[in-house]
Structures are given as C-alpha cells and as structure tokens.
Design a protein around this ligand. Structure first.
Ligand code: AMP
Length: 434
C-alpha cells in the first residue's frame, strides 16, 4: 500500500548557480545603472567646474608601489592586497587605492611640466581584501581629486570644497567634515613618543590589534572602535598640543578657509588615517545617519619622495561611490538624471519589419534613442514592452503604413494616435518630445 501523504511534499532546494561573483564584489546591473550614470555625470561636471583633469591609471600596479607608498605596516598592505605573481615573475596587485598610482604616473611622465600644481581626478574600482559588511566591499569605486605640487593651505581648502560640491550636486544633506592635523616629520615623532609613553603601562588593556599597533603605528591606537581602547583614549595626549609652529599655522589657515566658506566642520583630535603617506591635514566626510565615512583624504607631502621623486607637497581626497549611493537611499534622494527620453518602435508584418531598421537608424542619427521588441510578432506584445520601458511615444509601422510611406505616432500616456508621413517622421517625433 502506498504511504499516505501526511505532510506537504518538500520542495526541492533551489538550484545553486554554478558560478557567482567573487565574495564582496558586486555586479552593477542595468536596473542600477541610473545611479552610476548620475555619479559619473555629476562627477565629471564637478571636476571640470573645479578645473581638474581626468587621469586613468591601470588597475594592476607593482606591489612595491603600495608597500612603499601606503606603508608596510598598514592594514591595507599587511592584510588587504590582492597580489599575485605574473607569468614573467613580477609581483603585482589589484590597486587598493588611487593616490599612489597617481603619484607614480606623475613621476613617470613628469606631469609637473603639464601643470603646476597638477589638478587631476580619477574614477574607478579599488580592491581590498576586507571582511564584507555594510559599507565595506572588496571591490568598491572611488572618485578621487588630487592636487600635486603645492603645499599652500589654499589647496587643502580647494580639495575639501571640491568634495563638498560633489555631495551637494547629488543633493546629500548634512554632510559634515571632521578634520585634524597629524603633524609632520618635525613634530610627529615627538607626539608619537608621548603617545607610546602614555600607553606603555596600559598595554594590557588594549585590544589584540592595538597591541600590535602600539609597536608599529601608535597613531592608529586613536581610531580603534573597541570599547576598552576608546576608554583609554579619553586621557591620551592629543597631537594639537604637540604640533610645530608650521603645522599649527597650516591647520589654522585651512580652518579659516573652510570657516570663511561656511562649511560645517568638526575638529577631531583623534582622526588619523589608515595610510602612512598622510601628513598635516587629514579629514573625513560624514552624514548623521551612518557611522562610516563617505569620503576621506588629506595632505601627503612626502609621498613623492618615498616613491623616488623630489619633495612634492600634495593633497587629495577619495569619495566612496557605493557609500554615496547608500547615503542617498537612506536620505530618500532618487537618482536624478537627465535621461534621454526613449521612443519605442513597433513593426508588424515582414515588409514593415524589414524597413524598420532603416527608420530606426534615421531616428537615432537625429539623436533620438529608440527601443524595440521586433522579435515579438504581435503589436500587442510589442506595445506591452513599450509600456514596460516607459516610452513616452511609440511608432507603429504596419503593412498599410509601409505601403503608404506613413507611420503612426502613439502617445503612450493618453493613447492618442496620429498618422504622419515618413519624411516628416523625425520632426514630428521631436515636436512631441519637447
Ligand atoms: P581610503 O582610501 O581608505 O581613505 O577611503 C576613502 C573612502 O573610500 C572611504 O571614506 C569610503 O567612502 C571608501 N571606502 C574605503 N574602503 C571601502 C570599502 N572596503 N568598501 C566601500 N567603500 C570603501
């Protein structure tokens, strides 16, 4: 006797796709491209308004560039680089950030002859082997601004303003700048020592990572988020008390500039950065709704020297684009794009279909974007696609129209239709789109 079915039969588990994107690395799907197009449109426009030139560097770089530039004992270099040996035996990495690459390119191509200071911007993917979580991916995109070749605080101010213009153009609200100075070769060693002295007999209370940081990079003890370390920090010496006269004056000038420009800022004596190349001004951008930075940057006067060039005072910023999209979603700001309206071309019957490629080409050559679903036989199915794509107008081209050299223009919202002669098609479409 067949067993009685008492329970609902179990559904078979969903098929697992054989290949998935690498963990922490996301596809940017067509449905999300309006965000990315907007970021690029705004980015290029803001960059040009602020007189930055576009620079593109390869995604692969020699590993040594970041070991020297970003710093051997930083998290990025110690733990987060995707590195591999090429068939030729070179050790290369997927770039974890953009500044060292820009400086490499500057030195390699003597870009100081092109402009001084050189103001450039870059855009593209960066790679860090981090634990994926909210606001932290392994492949993420940055928009960066760099000003290479001048130490004047006016350039720190310009970089901060360029970043804020970017956020403003996207309509992000309540963006705040946290700012600090981390001194220079003259004053930082002294502060470093004071900091070590303070933590020396409190080391057992530090978290495991900070015990290591104590030895290698004691400034990083200040930005640890572990409760015990945060508590210890409260009584730690702050760098502002140890800045040399030049660093003090520099910071004062930068703060005056940003105050003059009505910028919402907060001095943060604990702000340090995870990359070794920074000196003097460091800053990060925040909105109140999330506790990760939307962007960060600072001055890096010694990077050129570290990479074998001469002293080249410079300042820059990198804005995380995935975090910007997240922030816009949280603040309920839709992607605002001046998207081209797209009209839809429907054709029924062999003769009409055959002629339709030429007609669509004519429209496109007049700068009108055209969508179609010519593979579907019926007019109804094609118009359904037009609806789905939210086309404001559909052109309907059947046997009769092909024979009479006309085409029907249908307003997809009202359903109103009008027949126009083919040699007036482009003008009639343009008239209706404006
Ligand atoms: P950094 O290059 O570390 O100074 O980072 C600059 C900005 O890039 C940060 O403020 C973030 O907005 C963004 N960013 C850095 N790391 C990540 C990551 N793993 N995932 C997403 N965004 C990131």
């Amino acid at each position: 006797m067949p067993k009685e079915k008492t329970k609902k039969q179990k559904k078979s588990p969903p098929k697992v796709q054989a290949f998935q994107s690498v963990k922490g690395m996301a596809d940017i799907l067509p449905k999300d491209q309006n965000w990315w197009r907007m970021l690029r449109q705004v980015g290029f426009s803001v960059s040009e308004l602020h007189d930055f030139y576009f620079i593109e560097t390869p995604i692969l770089e020699p590993a040594g560039l970041f070991e020297a530039g970003v710093g051997q004992s930083t998290d990025i270099v110690e733990k987060q680089m995707y590195s591999f040996k090429t068939k030729g035996g070179d050790l290369v990495v997927l770039r974890p950030e953009g500044t060292a690459s820009v400086m490499r390119s500057y030195l390699e191509h003597h870009l100081g002859y092109f402009a001084s200071p050189l103001k450039v911007f870059y855009y593209g993917p960066m790679f860090r082997y981090e634990k994926p979580q909210a606001g932290r991916e392994r492949q993420f995109h940055q928009w960066g601004f760099e000003i290479v070749g001048d130490g004047d605080p006016v350039y720190d101010g310009q970089i901060i303003l360029a970043a804020l213009s970017f956020y403003k153009a996207l309509k992000l609200k309540n963006v705040k700048v946290k700012i600090n100075s981390i001194g220079c070769r003259v004053c930082r060693p002294n502060y470093r020592q004071r900091l070590k002295d303070y933590y020396n007999n409190r080391r057992d209370k530090l978290c495991r990572d900070c015990k290591e940081r104590y030895e290698k990079n004691p400034l990083r003890l200040l930005d640890c988020k572990e409760a015990g370390c945060v508590e210890l920090r409260a009584k730690a010496p702050i760098i502002l008390d140890y800045l040399c006269q030049n660093c003090n004056n520099h910071l004062k000038s930068v703060l005056e500039l940003i105050e003059d420009n009505g910028i919402n800022y907060e001095p943060d004596p604990y702000l340090v950065r995870g990359l070794d190349y920074y000196n003097r001004t460091v800053f990060e951008f925040y909105i109140p709704e999330v506790d990760y930075a939307l962007g960060a940057g600072g001055r890096y006067d010694y990077l050129s020297e570290i990479l074998g060039g001469r002293l080249m005072p410079s300042v820059g910023v990198a804005l995380g684009l995935e975090r910007i999209i997240e922030a816009m979603k949280i603040q309920e700001i839709p992607p605002h794009l001046k998207a081209k309206p797209k009209i839809f071309f429907a054709a029924v019957g062999d003769k009409a279909k055959k002629a339709s490629l030429k007609l669509m080409q004519e429209l496109r050559e007049s700068n009108i974007a055209v969508a179609e679903a010519l593979g579907k036989k019926s007019l109804k199915a094609q118009l359904k696609s037009a609806d789905k794509q939210k086309a404001p107008l559909a052109m309907i081209f059947g046997q009769k129209e092909a024979f009479e050299s006309t085409v029907i223009v249908r307003d997809m919202r009202s359903g109103a239709q009008e027949t126009v002669v083919l040699n007036r098609m482009v003008e009639e479409v343009k008239k209706r789109l404006h």
